[in-house]
Design a protein around this ligand. Sequence first.
Ligand code: FES
Length: 110
Amino acid sequence: MSAYPSGTSLSGTPDEVTISFDGRQITTAAGQSVGSALVTNGITAWRDTRKQARPRGLFCGIGVCFDCLVAVDGEPNQRACLVEVREGMEIKGSCGPSVHPLAEPEGGRE
Ligand code: FES
């Protein structure tokens, strides 16, 4: 029997958090990025490009390419690779056209 509540680390922080992605509940490791949480749960693409509707998910994984945009708790155009998961977070893919100038340069990356 552990002295610590089930599902918590020695520091008392939870080992897992539950988030939702497009209404689907996902339980995932605490401390990881939204992008990592989605990929480890089998979700590898969560938006489409504007011009040819090609699927996008993680690409660079370090905040440079803007391929991984999601809406987090109603805030659009968040980079999934840079946002840490939090308990109860609501993630939505298919953010629609991005407003960030670097998200898809003129002519696209397709
Ligand atoms: S995967 Fe490139 S910015 Fe997130």
